[in-house]
Each structure stands twice: as structure tokens, then as C-alpha cells.
Design a protein around this ligand. Structure first.
Ligand code: ATP
Ligand code: MG
Length: 410
């Protein structure tokens, strides 16, 4: 099996060539890039394997004028930076001892040993610089058949690193065909308690990758039935709502938004969102978004008028409005409402948010002395202005201000 470098721009790009030239003829592409190229799917990041030690890799990259960042030095990984693009360069290795989370590794010159320490056969495919595919563990046949199969014994491989349980479901959601490998599923279910040992960051990353698959729902159902999902996420989960959201994305060619999908999966309960965000070490921005969606109270229906949409947009902002629309759309069983839901998103993305034309100065000029009353009157007039659909007529606004001042002040 050969990949044609002429058709694989990621292989021949000058920045890729620069890294390969620095590392010499023994370096090979590995992992996602090879797998995805063989499937004719998009190649996003390029990983490289080499028999050179991390010290040698660093020396050679530096001598070639490329960046060399020791991102996982003791595990053999040096990240090469070539024209701003990172390439993970990892020394061939085998795992000497493992504790379910981390491995102590030994470097080797043996490609087969390196293939055997990788998780799934389809992830253990290498390609030389001229595109020759090297398959040492039967990965090609599995890839073609859509079989996500552990290299070696499933239980043993899971015990080395429990994250592989989640990677099993993630890769099947992306590249699998038909049912999950039954031996792998049995092992994952039996070993699920080990998930508790993993760091929140690693679980978060895998879970989001799973949720970003075209349709993660079948795998989530399998995980729920095996008691695995409950180890990760508390509360009553809405797989059906998430499934509908995925169908909406597919139908409208929206790019999957894994954090939004997680929000669709979680119950409408701020405390659950908080505990998930904490346990999975979400960034402040993602945590705030999950909590905001879980606590949303606005009435959002497909038949909102344009005026109501503008009012909501002004009050809560575009991004939170869009999030709510997607969640409510995902709860709406009537497919014929899709046009209305899309219209709401359209209004949200095109409406220029007006700026309230009055300031505290205008209120004081109307005779109110400086103090807390100024702000109260201002927001009272703003409420009226919003209800009047952001009326632009300055005269009406001035009249309203005068009326509010007369009724409130003194
Ligand atoms: P993608 O980049 O599309 O997520 P990938 O296959 O490149 O997919 P990475 O997480 O980037 O996945 O890992 C690169 C390679 O390293 C994998 O293909 C696999 O061979 C190996 N690998 C990564 N994580 C593990 C793990 N937990 N256990 C065993 N091998 C792993
Ligand atoms: Mg990768």
C-alpha cells in the first residue's frame, strides 16, 4: 500500500519536508495523519516517529534552524516548529512499566516494539517520506473494515492506560463501521472503575473529541449501557437531545461544537454543570458557558418575532442566544420548524446591536442631581427604549426621559 505524495500536500509541504530532511531518511509519519490520509479524510496534525533519541532530535532540528520544544521529553516527544507549525516527533519506544495513567518508557530502534505500544491497530500505521505504508500489526485491514481493535490484549492494554477506554469509543465514533469490537467493549466495561484515576484534563480532551464526531450518540448509548458514561458524567443525561443536535448539525452543515453538545447532554441544572466543569478541569470560559446554558430561563421558541429576538439579543448577547436556540431546537421534535430556528440564528448573526443613545449626563441635564437615582432613571428609559424596538427618534426619547424624571425625581 502506498500513499501518493503528489496527492498528499501535507507530506510534501515545504514545512514538512524541512522536518523530515533534518531527521534523516529513517523518520516516518505515524498515527492520525497516516490513518486519515488512507481514508481520504482531512489530515490536521502530523506526527512523526524516529529511531533517533530526543537529544539527537533536538540537535538536528536546531542545526536545521527549526524550533525544538521538549513537550514530553522523558516520553520521547520533542515538538518541532517549522514555519510556525508544530510537528510532534517521538522516539521509538516501548513501555517498561505503567500505572494506568503514565508509562515509564525505554527508547528502542525496533519499529515493531513501537507499533505494539500504540493503542489501536489503525493508529499504528507508518508511512515513509515517499509514501510507503508500513503495517506491522494488521492495521490496514482493520482500518478498511472499520474495526477499532486494540494492539494485543484489550484488558491488558486498558490496564496500562485507562484513557484507552474513552479512546476506544472516540475512534469508533469517527472511524468505526458496525458494532464495536465485542472483546474491547467487554474489557472496557469490566475495567471502567479505572477511569477515576485519570486526570480531568485528559478525560475532558477525549470526551470533547468523542462529542465532536458526526454522530456520537450511538457510542454514548453503548457507554451508558455499559455503565461507563455514569463514571464520567453525573445526573440524568439526554442522549436523545444530543442526538437531535448532531442531526441538526449534519442537516445544516454546521461544524460540531463539542462544548455545546456536552451542554445538550447534561441536565438543565447549574449545579451539575458546575461539578462537571470542575471535575473535568474546563477553562473558565467553557465552565461559564456550560453553567449559563444549564441555568437559562428565557422563553425561546421557534416562533419568536424578530422584535422579541432583538430584545433577547440585546439583553443576553449573541453567543448565549445562539446557544439557547440550538438547545431548544434540539428539543423540538417538529422537523418543519427548522426554517424558523434557522431564521432566529440568521437574525442573531446579522443584527447590529444598537447603542443606547442616552448617558448619565443627559439625565443630569434633565435636572437630576448626581447620585444613584441617575442610574435608575437611565435604566428605566432604556427598558422603554428596548420595548419600543430601539426607537431611533431622539425626540420621543427626550420626551420619555422628561416624563420619567418628572414622575420619579423630587
Ligand atoms: P487525532 O490527532 O486525529 O486525534 P491521532 O491518532 O493522531 O488522532 P493522537 O492523540 O494525536 O491521536 O496520538 C497520536 C498517536 O499516538 C496515536 O495514533 C497512537 O498511535 C498514539 N497514542 C496516543 N495516545 C495513546 C494512548 N493513550 N495509548 C497508546 N497510544 C497512544
Ligand atoms: Mg494526532
Amino acid at each position: 500500500m502506498k500513499l501518493d505524495p503528489k496527492r498528499e500536500s501535507w507530506m510534501t509541504a515545504p514545512k514538512t519536508r524541512a522536518v523530515l530532511d533534518a531527521l534523516g531518511p529513517e523518520a516516518r509519519f505515524v498515527g492520525g495523519a497516516v490513518r486519515n490520509a488512507l481514508l481520504k479524510r482531512e489530515v490536521s496534525d502530523v506526527d512523526i516517529a524516529t529511531p533517533l533519541t530526543p537529544d539527537e532530535v533536538t540537535e538536528r532540528l536546531t542545526a536545521a534552524g527549526l524550533g525544538a520544544v521538549p513537550t514530553g521529553f522523558e516520553h520521547g516527544t520533542v515538538t518541532a516548529i517549522s514555519t510556525g507549525t508544530p510537528f510532534e516527533v517521538t522516539t521509538l519506544r516501548r513501555d517498561v512499566s505503567t500505572d494506568g495513567r503514565r508509562a515509564v518508557v525505554a527508547f528502542t530502534k525496533d519499529w515493531k516494539e513501537d507499533a505494539q505500544r500504540r493503542d489501536f491497530t489503525m493508529n499504528a500505521l507508518y508511512a515513509t517520506a515517499d509514501g510507503e505504508v508500513v503495517d506491522l500489526v494488521g492495521g490496514l485491514a482493520d482500518l478498511q473494515a472499520g474495526r477499532v481493535r486494540f494492539v494485543g490484549d484489550a484488558t491488558a492494554r486498558i490496564r496500562e492506560d485507562y484513557l484507552r477506554i474513552l479512546r476506544l469509543f472516540r475512534f469508533h465514533a469517527w472511524y468505526g463501521k458496525g458494532d464495536l469490537d465485542s472483546e474491547a467493549l467487554r474489557a472496557a466495561a469490566t475495567e471502567k472503575a479505572g477511569l477515576a484515576q485519570l486526570s480531568g484534563e485528559r478525560v475532558q480532551k477525549e470526551l470533547l473529541r468523542l462529542l465532536a464526531a458526526d454522530d456520537p450518540a450511538p457510542m454514548l448509548r453503548t457507554m451508558a449501557a455499559a455503565g461507563i458514561l455514569g463514571e464520567l458524567l453525573p445526573g440524568a443525561l439526554s442522549i436523545a437531545r444530543l442526538e437531535h443536535l448532531a442531526a441538526i448539525d449534519a442537516g445544516a452543515f454546521f461544524t460540531p461544537d463539542p462544548v455545546l453538545r456536552l451542554a445538550a447532554l447534561l441536565p438543565h441544572d447549574v449545579s451539575v454543570a458546575q461539578s462537571v466543569a470542575k471535575k473535568l478541569k474546563f477553562s473558565n470560559a467553557h465552565a461559564a458557558r456550560l453553567e449559563d446554558i444549564a441555568g437559562s430561563k428565557e422563553k425561546i421558541v421557534s416562533y419568536l418575532s424578530v422584535k422579541e429576538v432583538r430584545k433577547l439579543l440585546y439583553r443576553i448577547g449573541i453567543a448565549p442566544f445562539r446557544d439557547r436556540v440550538f438547545i431548544k431546537w434540539a428539543e423540538d421534535p417538529r422537523e418543519s420548524n427548522a426554517v424558523n430556528w434557522r431564521m432566529l440564528l440568521e437574525v442573531a448573526s446579522t443584527w447590529p446591536r444598537p447603542i443606547f443613545p442616552l448617558t448619565g449626563r443627559d439625565v443630569m441635564l434633565a435636572g437630576v442631581p448626581e447620585g444613584p437615582l441617575v442610574g435608575r432613571i437611565l435604566s428605566e428609559v432604556e427598558d422603554w427604549w428596548i420595548d419600543a424596538d430601539f426607537i431611533e427618534d431622539e425626540f420621543s426619547l427626550a420626551e420619555r426621559l422628561k416624563a420619567v424624571v418628572q414622575a420619579t425625581a423630587y
